[in-house]
Design a binder for this molecule. Sequence first.
Ligand SMILES: Cc1cc2nc3c(=O)[nH]c(=O)nc-3n(C[C@H](O)[C@H](O)[C@H](O)COP(=O)(O)OP(=O)(O)OC[C@H]3O[C@@H](n4cnc5c(N)ncnc54)[C@H](O)[C@@H]3O)c2cc1C
Ligand code: FES
Length: 253
Amino acid sequence: MKDLKATVKSNERIAENIYSLTVTLPESAGEIHGGQFVNISTGDSSHLLRRPLGVAKVEGNDVTVCYQIKGSGTQNLATLSSGASVNILLPLGNGFNISGYKNVAVIGGGVGVFPLVATVREHCKNINFYTYVGFRNKSAVCLLDELEKSKTLTVVTDDGSYGKKGNAVEAFFADAANVKADAIIACGPPVMLKVLKTEMQKRNVKTPCLVSLEERMGCGLGACLVCVCKKHDGQNARVCKDGPVFDIDEVEL
Ligand SMILES: Cc1cc2nc3c(=O)[nH]c(=O)nc-3n(C[C@H](O)[C@H](O)[C@H](O)COP(=O)(O)OP(=O)(O)OC[C@H]3O[C@@H](n4cnc5c(N)ncnc54)[C@H](O)[C@@H]3O)c2cc1C
Ligand code: FES
């Protein structure tokens, strides 16, 4: 893990309220895998706390994250122009470990789609991805060119303004009989992951399933305990250090 001062290469709006930020690192940060994240700050004194964002793309020393404007931190990121400096801690967390699998179902909702993009890019030569992504509406749909590296891509929206009306979990189960996935990976809002877990239990689906959690974070390094989640064995886990990717059966959702 490195703490670097990176230079903004581009920071473009790619959908309503959603931006793609590419920074150039001054040196390699080592291997970065899909599902890992960065903790980024503009160094602005009113935004000293860094913000966690999933890695969406890595090309040499260029790292891309995509973010939705939520509050002041992401609003501040959206003001950055090329050439600006950012402080970036990376790579953080464990990422999706899917080596050894051949057919993987990918389920993403909202901003949870962005960290999945890097995983599809990383493994699409060796793994068949069957990808199901859900967005609020047509104006939030983005990154489909990247996700088209999947063997199949199904896009749905809450209001049906792009693709079928529905959510990504429904779209996956509607297709599950045609897709013999030997693993499932998912990232999205807590309610989406909860529905996925409930449906898997109801249908007695035993396919290994990895989920990436998006808790509020402080340090991102395992020290402050802001990000703890509950595990089924009664222990706590730090989402930043022990995750953000967990086996769906391991954590309470
Ligand atoms: C491992 C990880 C990866 C993430 N990857 C992405 C990503 O690729 N793209 C993206 O757009 N967002 C991602 N997020 C969420 C992102 O970190 C928050 O949206 C961001 O920190 C909000 O900062 P802010 O200052 O704009 O908003 P704040 O003013 O801090 O908060 C605005 C609103 O967002 C909510 N919020 C803040 N942090 C989180 C969080 N971590 N999870 C859920 N709700 C939150 C707050 O409760 C509040 O309602 C990720 C979070 C984690 C933990
Ligand atoms: S964010 Fe500080 S321990 Fe996870």
